[in-house]
Design a protein around this ligand. Structure first.
Ligand SMILES: Cc1ncc(C[n+]2csc(CCO)c2C)c(N)n1
Length: 242
């Protein structure tokens, strides 16, 4: 397999999770969005998370919004499962939906305890504009777009978190208060799921029409932009202006 020269990659992702196969959807998507990835990697939220200096208020805002996000993400994965033409992918995405809800919620459960967030606080904290935009985009795409376009919209959630998790894990401060979060996204088990998601998306793209392939690239970029906006909105403690 021909390797794409390292120069084409971000300094942070010289060894990305994807095998970077020439001609694959994921290879082009990663390269087209390198600048955006680098912006996410170096944004204040992630710099301060790695340094362990992120304020408790900002992390709390993030975790509460993420608990809302995961419910929407699980629902979007379940719709992808329902649209999958092959039973293997019905299993892949319905398991993914289960993981999103059960495992991620248990991570949140432990953070909720550590940060003193009660169930009542969670339920009464409104979904922020950034979180609402991202979840609404995923659900609208999941319900209305073809299968392969849905996968492209779901992929950044997996892939960006894996790369950011690895990057932050490699440079995290000692005794980082957010170590449990960092370890979750830097772990091999999660990375296996990410590789499977990349492979399934590439296989769907290989069979897609030119029009749907273009829509896939649009969805991948939009979801990547929304990943940035999600972190940024938590950092700004974003609320509804009216
Ligand atoms: C805004 C936001 N984007 C991505 C993730 C990561 N993530 C959420 S569900 C899932 C797949 C199954 O666990 C992954 C990778 C997150 N937590 N929050």
């Amino acid at each position: 397999m021909t390797q794409i020269p390292d120069i084409a990659r971000s300094p942070a992702a010289t060894d990305p999770l994807s095998p970077m196969k020439p001609g694959a959807f994921s290879t082009k998507a990663w390269q087209d969005n390198l600048t955006l990835y680098e912006t996410i990697r170096t944004m204040p939220f992630n710099e301060e998370l790695a340094a362990g200096t992120l304020s408790k208020a900002r992390f709390t805002q993030y975790i509460v919004q993420d608990a809302h996000y995961l419910i929407g993400f699980g629902r979007a994965l379940a719709i992808a499962a329902a649209k999958a033409p092959h039973p293997d992918q019905i299993v892949q995405f319905s398991k993914g939906a289960e993981v999103a809800i059960v495992v991620e919620r248990s991570l949140h459960g432990s953070f909720f305890d550590d940060f003193g967030i009660t169930q009542d606080m969670f339920e009464t904290t409104p979904v922020s504009p950034g979180c609402s935009h991202y979840v609404s985009y995923l659900l609208a795409t999941a319900w209305s777009e073809p299968y392969e376009v849905v996968l492209a919209a779901l992929l950044p959630c997996f892939w960006i978190y894996a790369e950011i998790g690895r990057d932050i894990h490699a440079r995290a401060s000692e005794n980082n208060p957010y170590q449990a979060w960092i370890d979750t996204y830097a772990g091999e088990e999660f990375h296996d799921a990410v590789r499977a998601m990349i492979a399934t998306t590439d296989a769907a793209a290989a069979a897609a029409s030119a029009n749907n392939l273009a829509r896939m690239h649009f969805s991948y970029r939009r979801a990547t932009q929304l990943e940035y906006m999600f972190w940024d909105s938590a950092y700004r403690l974003e609320d509804w202006p009216v």
